[in-house]
Write a protein that binds this ligand. Structure first.
Ligand code: TXA
Ligand code: MG
Length: 304
C-alpha cells in the first residue's frame, strides 16, 4: 500500500497520508500539475503557499538555506510538529505554485511512521496542506478526510487518529527575529528555550499578515462559536475544559495536550443541527493553549 502510494506521488498523483498533527493531502512539490491539483481539490486560494514535507533535514537542504538556528531547531524538534519558513534556494526543485511565488519556503519533517516511510520511499519533497476543503476544520481521522473531500479524495493511507491533533507551529526564520506565524504543536516556550525571545505575528498586527494563510476565519464549523465563556445559552452545546458539566469535554482534568488532540473531532461532533451554536469554556493561554485558542478564535471569528 505504501509502495503504491509512493509510486503515485512520483507519478504526479495525490495521496492522503497521516501525520502526527492532521492528515495531509500530498503531491510532488516539484510538479506544477500535482500542486495545482492540490489547490483545486481543496478549493484553496493560490496566494496561500504549501508546506513541503521531507524525511530528514538532509532533504531540506536541497530546498532552503538552513542556518544555525534552523539546524538547532531541526535537531531538537524534527521529526515533529514544527514547520520552518526559510529562504528558498534559487535552484530548489519546488513548483513556484507551491510557494505562491514567495522567495521563502515552508518545510517540515512529520513525526509519524507512515508519513516518514512514505517520504523515504517516494524520495521527493511532498507538498501537503491539511486534507480538508479550504476554510473548514482540519481532519484528524481518515473518516474526516472522506467526509470533507468526498469524491475529490484520492488514495487515503489510514494511520488512525492523529496524536497531536493541531497543525504544526509555523516559524519564520527570515530575519534576525524568529517569528511564529501560526502557533501549533511545538509551543512558544519550547522554541524560546532553544532560541531566546520569539515574536508572535497576529493577523491584526500592524505589519499585516505575515503568513498568507492566516485569515481571520478558518477552521470554521457551520454553527456559530462563542469562546471563553462559562455557560452555554439554551440550545447551545457546551464544549468543556476542566471539571464540570458539558456536552463534550476537551479534557476533564484540564490537560492541554489531551485538549489539543480532541479539539477538531469534538468541534465536528458538536457541529450538528440539533444545536444552535457551540459555547467553549475558557482555556489557558500557555503552552499548547496558545494554539488551541488560536484555532478557536478563528472558528469564532467574523463570518464572511
Ligand atoms: O501540521 C501541518 O502543518 C499540516 C500537516 C499536513 O503537515 N499541514 C498544514 O498545511 O497545516 P496548511 O497548508 O493547512 O498550512 C500551511 C501554513 C499556512 O498558514 C501557510 O500560509 C503557511 O503555512 N506557509 C506556507 N509557506 C509559507 C511561506 N513561505 N511563508 C509564510 N507562510 C507560509
Ligand atoms: Mg489547513
Amino acid at each position: 500500500m505504501r509502495e503504491k502510494a509512493a509510486q503515485r506521488l512520483r507519478a504526479g498523483e495525490l495521496v492522503v497520508f497521516p501525520t502526527e498533527t492532521v492528515y495531509g493531502l500530498g503531491g510532488d512539490a516539484a510538479s506544477d500539475q500535482a500542486v495545482a491539483a492540490i489547490f483545486a481539490a481543496k478549493n484553496r486560494p493560490h496566494f496561500n503557499p504549501l508546506i513541503s514535507h521531507v524525511w530528514a533535514i538532509e532533504a531540506a537542504e536541497d530546498l532552503v538555506v538552513v542556518d544555525d538556528r534552523a539546524r538547532r531547531l531541526a535537531k531538537r524538534f524534527w521529526p515533529g510538529p514544527l514547520t520552518l519558513v526559510l529562504p528558498r534556494r534559487k535552484d530548489a526543485p519546488l513548483s513556484l505554485l507551491a510557494t505562491a511565488g514567495l522567495d521563502s519556503a515552508a518545510i517540515r519533517v512529520p513525526n509519524h511512521p507512515v508519513a516518514l516511510d512514505l517520504l523515504k520511499r517516494a524520495c521527493i519533497p511532498v507538498a501537503a496542506p491539511s486534507a480538508n476543503p479550504s476554510m473548514s476544520v482540519s481532519p484528524t481521522t481518515a473518516k474526516h478526510v472522506e467526509m470533507g473531500l468526498g469524491d475529490r479524495a484520492p488514495m487515503i493511507l489510514d494511520g488512525g487518529p492523529c496524536q497531536v491533533g493541531l497543525e504544526s507551529t509555523v516559524l519564520a526564520l527570515l530575519d534576525d527575529r524568529p517569528t511564529i506565524l501560526r502557533p501549533g504543536g511545538v509551543t512558544r516556550e519550547m522554541l524560546e528555550a532553544e532560541l531566546g525571545s520569539i515574536a508572535l505575528s497576529t493577523e491584526s498586527g500592524s505589519e499585516g499578515p505575515r503568513s498568507p494563510g492566516q485569515m481571520a476565519l478558518h477552521y470554521a464549523p457551520h454553527l456559530p462559536v462563542r469562546i471563553n465563556v462559562e455557560f452555554a445559552f439554551p440550545g447551545e452545546a457546551l464544549l468543556g475544559f476542566g471539571p464540570g458539566e458539558a456536552d463534550l469535554n476537551l479534557s476533564p482534568s484540564g490537560d492541554l495536550t489531551e485538549a489539543a488532540a480532541h479539539l477538531f473531532s469534538m468541534l465536528r461532533a458538536l457541529d450538528h443541527p440539533s444545536f444552535q451554536g457551540i459555547a467553549v469554556r475558557p482555556i489557558p493561554l500557555e503552552g499548547l493553549g496558545l494554539a488551541i485558542n488560536d484555532r478557536l478564535g478563528r472558528a469564532a471569528g467574523p463570518r464572511l
